[in-house]
Design a protein around this ligand. Structure first.
Ligand SMILES: *[C@@H]1O[C@H](CO)[C@@H](O)[C@H](O)[C@H]1NC(C)=O
Ligand SMILES: *[C@@H]1O[C@H](CO)[C@@H](O)[C@H](O)[C@H]1NC(C)=O
Ligand SMILES: *[C@@H]1O[C@H](CO)[C@@H](O)[C@H](O)[C@H]1NC(C)=O
Ligand SMILES: *[C@@H]1O[C@H](CO)[C@@H](O)[C@H](O)[C@H]1NC(C)=O
Length: 317
C-alpha cells in the first residue's frame, strides 16, 4: 500500500526472481520462527513479539537504562552533567536540580515501570508523529486499532480523525509544546531543563493567585518522566552522537520498543513533496528541516527497524 513501484515495468524478470527469493527466505524464516516457538513458550500474545532473536536489536535494547525517573531511580551527577547542556543552560546546578526533583516527588509518584511482555496479552502500540504525510492517509481506524496510541506534542486529532484517529492513551510533551490532557491520557513528560520541572509543579497545582479557570494540565496519577540517562543512551547508542540530541519523536519511537510488544510508526519523515511539514498546519517556512536534531539519521534507523521487521513503518502519502 505504501510502496511505490515507480518506473519498474521493464524489469519484470529480475523482480520475479527477487520475489521468488523473498518467498523462499520467508518460508525458511517462518520455519525457523516455528522451531523457536516450540522451544520456548510465546513471550506475548501478539502475532510477533519484539523480544526475539536479532543480534543488533538485542544488543541495542540490552544497553537501555530504565527509561523513567522515580524516587528510587534518580539521575546521577553524570546524567545531569550531560543533560544540562542540551539547551545551553550550563549554569543549572545539581543542588537546585535535586531539590526541585524532591519537591516533584513529594507532589506526584510518577509511573516508572514499563511493564513486561506476558503470554496473555499483547501491548500493541502506535507511535504517531506529526508529519504532513498523514494528510489524506486514511490511517485513522488503523491507528485506533492499537491498544496504546502515543501522540507527540500538539498533534491533535479533532478535525483530522480520518487520517490520525481519535484515541490517545499517551502524549509526549514538554512545556513549550504542552496542551491540556484529558483524565485518561498518560503524560509522557520529556524535560530538557530544570525549569521544566518547576513548570510541571505549577501546571499540576495551579495556585490561588492564578487565573480561576486555569485547570490542571494532566492526571497526576498518569505521569511518566523521561530519565536523562535514557536520552543520553538514545543519543550515544542509537544515533552515534550525531546532532545535538535526539528529537522528541525519535525518543518516543525508541521508548515504545521498551514499552510495547508490537510497534507501528506513523507520521514520520517528510511529506510526499519532500517538505517537513505538520499535518495540522500550513507550511510557512519551506526551508525548515529538523533543526538541532539528526533527522536523516533518525529516519534511516526507523527504516532499518522496518526492514528488520521490528516495527511496521507507515509512510503515508
Ligand atoms: C543554583 O541555582 C539556583 C537557581 O538558579 C540558584 O538560586 C543558586 O544560587 C545556585 N547555586 C549555586 C551554588 O550556584
Ligand atoms: C543529587 O542527587 C544525586 C542522585 O540522588 C546524587 O548522586 C548527588 O550526590 C546529589 N548531588 C547534590 C549536589 O545534591
Ligand atoms: C481523574 O482520575 C482520577 C484517578 O486517576 C480521579 O481521582 C479523578 O476524580 C478523575 N477526575 C475526573 C474529572 O474525572
Ligand atoms: C512543498 O514545497 C514546495 C517547494 O518549496 C512547494 O511548492 C509546495 O507548495 C510545498 N507543499 C506544501 C504542502 O506545503
Amino acid at each position: 500500500m505504501y510502496f511505490k513501484w515507480g518506473r519498474s515495468r521493464v524489469h519484470i524478470f529480475p523482480l520475479l526472481s527477487i520475489t521468488a527469493i523473498v518467498l523462499v527466505s520467508n518460508v525458511l524464516w517462518s520455519f525457523s520462527g516455528y522451531t523457536f516457538c516450540h522451544r520456548e513458550p510465546s513471550l506475548c500474545a501478539c502475532h510477533k513479539c519484539l523480544t526475539d532473536s536479532d543480534p543488533w536489536f538485542n544488543y541495542i535494547i540490552s544497553e537501555a537504562p530504565k527509561p523513567f525517573m522515580s524516587q528510587k531511580h534518580k539521575p546521577s551527577e553524570e546524567d545531569f552533567n550531560w543533560w544540562k547542556n542540551l539547551q545551553g543552560a550550563r549554569h543549572q546546578n545539581l543542588t537546585f536540580y535535586n531539590k526541585t526533583l524532591e519537591r516533584l516527588f513529594q507532589t506526584i509518584t510518577p509511573i516508572a515501570d514499563v511493564g513486561e511482555p506476558h503470554p496473555d496479552h499483547c501491548r500493541s502500540c502506535a507511535v504517531v508523529g506529526n508529519s504532513g504525510n498523514l494528510r489524506g492517509s486514511h490511517y485513522g481506524p488503523l491507528i485506533d486499532f492499537h491498544n496504546i496510541v502515543i501522540r507527540i506534542n500538539r498533534g491533535h486529532t479533532k478535525g483530522y480523525e480520518t487520517d490520525v484517529g481519535t484515541k490517545t492513551t499517551h502524549r509526549v510533551m514538554y512545556p513549550e509544546s504542552a496542551t491540556r490532557l484529558d483524565n485518561t491520557t498518560h503524560l509522557l513528560f520529556f524535560p530538557f531543563k530544570t525549569h521544566d520541572f518547576l513548570w510541571l509543579l505549577k501546571a499540576l497545582n495551579p495556585g490561588e493567585n492564578d487565573a480561576p479557570n486555569l485547570k490542571k494540565i494532566a492526571n497526576k496519577d498518569l505521569m511518566m518522566i523521561l530519565h536523562p540517562a535514557f536520552m543520553k543512551y538514545v543519543h550515544q547508542v542509537w544515533l552515534g552522537r550525531k546532532g545535538y540530541y535526539p528529537s522528541t519523536g525519535f525518543l518516543a519511537v525508541v521508548l515504545s520498543l521498551l514499552m510495547c510488544d508490537e510497534v507501528s510508526v506513523f507520521g514520520f519523515g517528510a511529506d510526499s513533496e519532500g517538505n517537513w511539514s505538520h499535518y495540522f498546519e500550513i507550511l510557512r517556512n519551506k526551508k525548515l528541516k529538523t533543526g538541532a536534531h539528526p533527522g536523516e539519521e533518525e529516519y534511516k534507523i526507523i527504516e532499518k527497524l522496518h526492514k528488520k521487521k521490528k516495527i511496521v513503518f507507515f509512510k503515508g502519502w
